[in-house]
Design a protein around this ligand. Structure first.
Ligand SMILES: Cc1ncc(COP(=O)(O)O)c(C=O)c1O
Length: 449
């Protein structure tokens, strides 16, 4: 039987794809019903942080479901909610304390937009509701989150529905938007935020949101030293909240619990998702400072917000089990050296003429493809280069995560490599072998390696 649109009743995410049916997963591997094995080289969309089939997680789910499967977040709390909040609270960056549990990254971004708005409303600044974001960012697909997401192709069909949120350029040093190079640039791309705020009117702005390491749209974009610190200073100067979107980077992906810790910057709001449960159950969080929540309590009496599945007891039980797993297996401590090894091995691929830039931090990496290595000219989108790479790698048993359009809104090709944090060096070698085979197959250039 074939699983593809329009057969059956599933409205698949891709309407032109034949879907393999996965029967089980184990560690970094997935297996389909035909017995084919795939390396989950991107952990889905950099979600599967502790690998597939971990029995401890299943056990935590069963135990919580056996106690109570659901209570409403306005009526009850449970041991799982309290214990998870305690455990997560103990590893948060200094100053962040209060955790609002939700189901997905976009949902938590929505909550952050509304929380920032309500904070200023309750502080007597009713005009401050707009959030500044960056181009080529990814913050989710619900309408508020999409208004922030700087991915042109995804925004275009829905432009009439989006909010008027301003954007500025990311620190994309490989293609500097100001044609400068670090450090002589003096972080012009961060200073641009100050100008943007002044032009838009500081009295209208509540927050700035960014991914500390750019993810799903631009591919493992690591900011230069000093960048995040300068953004923080600009936010302070204008008394604007800094929202740190760690949906992809959080929970150890880059070698620290939270990527922003690499640069010693402390945000006002942090958003987590994906790696919190490693994919075993939908859970995310909007986390903030106590003094900000206090303001809501004093004025309105609470956060005017809510979802049926927020503060979910089973989700929290899973989150807690995943957090303990990460701690017990010392996955974060081991991540930097595994990440360095992965990056070093990926750099071998720069011998292929279409590999323009290999970048990343920890086990969050990406390969940017170009038509011309010297001029950095991107492939025309009509070539669908990323799709060719992704499909061929998939055929060869390696799952990667694609991104396109980040050069000029249309062109730009990349594939993310972000395997589960449990990966071993020999398994990284397996990934590299498949990538080499794949690149050879799609190469018109016959490069010998
Ligand atoms: C940084 C970031 N924020 C938000 C989201 C949206 O999360 P979700 O897809 O769970 O709604 C994502 C998803 O990729 C993300 O990477």
């Amino acid at each position: 039987m074939e699983f593809a649109y329009p057969k059956g009743h599933v409205f698949y995410r891709k309407l032109n794809r034949i879907y393999p049916l996965v029967t089980h997963g184990e560690g970094i591997y997935l297996y389909d019903e035909k017995g084919k094995r795939y390396i989950d080289g991107s952990g889905g969309a950099l979600v599967v942080n502790i690998g597939h089939g971990q029995k401890e997680i299943l056990q935590s789910m069963i135990e919580q479901m056996g106690q109570v499967g659901y209570v409403h977040g306005t009526q009850f709390t449970t041991h799982s909610i309290e214990e998870y909040a305690e455990a997560l609270g103990s590893i948060l960056p200094k100053g962040l304390e209060k955790i609002y549990f939700l189901s997905g990254g976009s949902e938590s971004v929505e909550a952050a937009i509304k929380f920032a708005r309500q904070y200023f409303l309750d502080s007597g600044h009713a005009q401050r509701w707009r959030v500044v974001a960056r181009w080529h960012s990814y913050h989710g697909n619900t309408l508020g989150a999409l208004s922030l997401t700087g991915r042109i192709g995804m925004r275009k069909p829905y432009l009439p529905l989006l909010n008027d949120f301003p954007h500025f350029s990311p620190p994309y040093c490989y293609r500097c938007p100001y044609n400068l190079s670090y450090p002589q640039c003096e972080l012009e791309c961060a200073k641009a935020l100050e100008y943007l705020i002044q032009m838009e009117g500081v009295e209208t702005i509540s927050a700035v949101i960014l991914e500390p390491v750019g993810g799903a749209t631009i591919g493992a974009l690591v900011p230069p030293e000093g960048y995040l610190k300068l953004i923080r200073e600009i936010c302070n100067r204008f008394e604007i909240l800094l929202i740190d979107d760690e949906v992809m980077t959080g929970m150890g992906r880059t070698g620290r619990w939270f990527a922003i810790e690499h640069w010693n910057v402390s945000p006002d709001i942090m958003i987590l998702g994906k790696g919190m449960s490693g994919g075993y159950f939908p859970i995310s969080a909007m986390i903030t400072r106590r003094e900000l929540v206090d303001r809501l309590k004093e004025r309105t009496g609470g956060f005017v917000h809510g979802h049926t599945f927020s503060h979910h007891p089973v989700a929290c039980a899973v989150g807690l089990a995943v957090l303990r797993y990460i701690q017990e297996k010392r996955l974060i401590e081991k991540c930097p050296s595994k990440g360095d090894y992965l990056l070093k091995r990926l750099q071998e691929l720069e011998r292929f003429p279409f590999v323009g830039n290999v970048r990343g931090k920890g086990l969050m990496t990406a390969i940017e493809f170009v038509k011309d290595q010297k001029t950095k000219e991107p492939f025309p989108r009509t070539d669908r280069f990323t799709e060719k790479v992704i499909d061929k790698a998939f055929e060869n048993g390696l799952v990667l995560y694609p991104g396109t359009g980040f050069v000029d809104g249309v062109n730009g090709d990349m594939a993310m490599v972000g395997p589960p944090l449990i990966i071993e060096e020999t398994q990284i070698d397996e990934i590299i072998e498949i990538l080499k085979k794949t690149f050879k197959q799609i190469s018109d250039f016959g490069i010998e390696i």
